[in-house]
Design a protein around this ligand. Structure first.
Ligand SMILES: *[C@@H]1O[C@H](CO)[C@@H](O)[C@H](O)[C@H]1NC(C)=O
Ligand SMILES: *[C@@H]1O[C@H](CO)[C@@H](O)[C@H](O)[C@H]1NC(C)=O
Ligand SMILES: *[C@@H]1O[C@H](CO)[C@@H](O)[C@H](O)[C@H]1NC(C)=O
Length: 353
């Protein structure tokens, strides 16, 4: 008896402790109802399973990495101080000396990137194709997978150029428009029309350039980004007022004198396929809108491209190294001319660009 009497406070203590535990458990059961760790959610089938969540397959990462040997980037010593190397919307402007090709090539090779380059060899412009392709093999995206997409009305005259491994020529038959202005403008429509039927399945990036050009220096993966444009060689030092934007307020392409960032070249743009679709679709639609009221922008497709880039900023901007013309001499800022327009007799070739 005496022993039981002595145990009573201990029994009371344990009873009280049990009551507190039950209380705490029921409280936390209710409070945690929505937690994924709540027993209800672990053991009871959720009536609304998260069926849209798809986890990627578990991959063994390559953890034994190679050494990374190259000069350290110097935070306090920018490689170029003579030119603007970044836009106010934080897009890099690609100048010689600002990038390391070895780093870029290694990163892009890991992704096995496929690059398409479109060009238009229409009518007599077919004559420029051989040089374009031969120099392209020497300088354009060397070591990467490349598809040349040649839009032409003269498939039988495509030159026989030997290509390196992983590189192909694809001919896209098109009919030629009579006026050179239409030939140049319709390129937007023709590129757009191939994006989802063709480019989407075959390449990751597109580079859209003129054919009457020749590669003289390396043009590599440093140019690739979501959407890029190129500074026109004639206007990279010019003021807004000097830019040859379309100034006709009736035209969709119109840019007032107090707007604009750069003057972009019509003959060199690109990006991922979705972005090239948006760009070419905008330019073609804008062109057709003007055409309906009998207007044609001052510099044709180039005017619409400049309008597009004013509103949809490029994520990368290429310096004029990438689309030079010897007509503009040799300014000091342009250390290397990678892609140069070929001098030609415009009357003889019948249309510009
Ligand atoms: C281009 O930049 C590299 C540094 O990346 C430099 O070594 C080279 O001299 C430059 N090219 C010219 C023609 O100045
Ligand atoms: C193209 O060149 C290759 C080798 O250089 C040759 O075998 C082939 O017959 C040529 N094709 C044409 C159509 O000339
Ligand atoms: C393009 O035209 C050429 C000759 O005109 C023809 O041989 C070729 O099959 C055509 N290609 C396509 C994809 O239609």
């Amino acid at each position: 008896m005496e022993k039981l009497e002595r145990l009573r406070p201990i029994r009371c203590f344990f009873f009280g402790l049990c009551c507190v535990l039950v209380f705490v458990c029921s409280l936390s059961w209710n409070v945690m109802k929505n937690s994924p760790w709540h027993p209800r959610n672990i053991f009871i089938c959720d009536t609304h399973p998260a069926e849209n969540i798809v986890f990627p397959p578990v991959e063994e990462p390559d953890v034994r990495l190679e050494r990374m040997l190259y000069p350290k980037p110097e935070t306090l010593k920018p490689p170029r101080t003579d030119v603007l190397t970044i836009t106010p919307w934080l897009a890099p402007i690609v100048w010689n000396g600002t990038f390391n090709s070895d780093i870029l090539n290694a990163q892009f090779h890991k992704r096995g990137v496929r690059i398409g380059i479109t060009t238009f060899a229409i009518k007599k412009y077919i004559r420029f194709l051989k040089d374009f392709l031969e120099t392209g093999e020497k300088f354009f995206m060397v070591g990467h997978k490349v598809n040349y997409y040649i839009f032409t009305d003269r498939a039988q005259d495509i030159p026989n150029v030997t290509l390196s491994e992983g590189r192909n020529i694809h001919i896209i038959n098109v009919t030629a428009y009579q006026r050179w202005q239409d030939v140049t403008m319709r390129r937007m429509q023709m590129i757009r029309d191939q994006t989802y039927t063709r480019f989407m399945n075959e390449v990751d990036y597109l580079v859209c350039v003129d054919v009457d050009m020749r590669f003289y220096g390396s043009v590599g993966v440093e140019i690739l980004g979501d959407v890029f444009g190129t500074l026109h060689p004639g206007f990279f030092g010019a003021s807004r007022a000097q830019f040859t934007y379309d100034r006709n307020p009736k035209s969709v392409a119109c840019i007032p004198v107090d707007e604009g960032d750069f003057y972009y070249a019509g003959g060199y743009f690109g990006g991922i396929i979705e972005e090239v679709y948006k760009l070419t679709n905008y330019c073609h639609t804008a062109m057709m809108t003007d055409k309906a009221i009998g207007i044609e922008a001052l510099w044709h497709d180039e005017s619409y491209l400049n309008k597009y880039f004013l509103y949809y900023k490029p994520t990368k901007v290429l310096s004029p190294e990438y689309v030079w013309n010897n007509y503009y001499g040799s300014p000091r800022a342009v250390q290397i001319k990678r892609f140069i327009g070929i001098d030609k007799d415009y009357k003889e070739v019948r249309f510009r660009r």
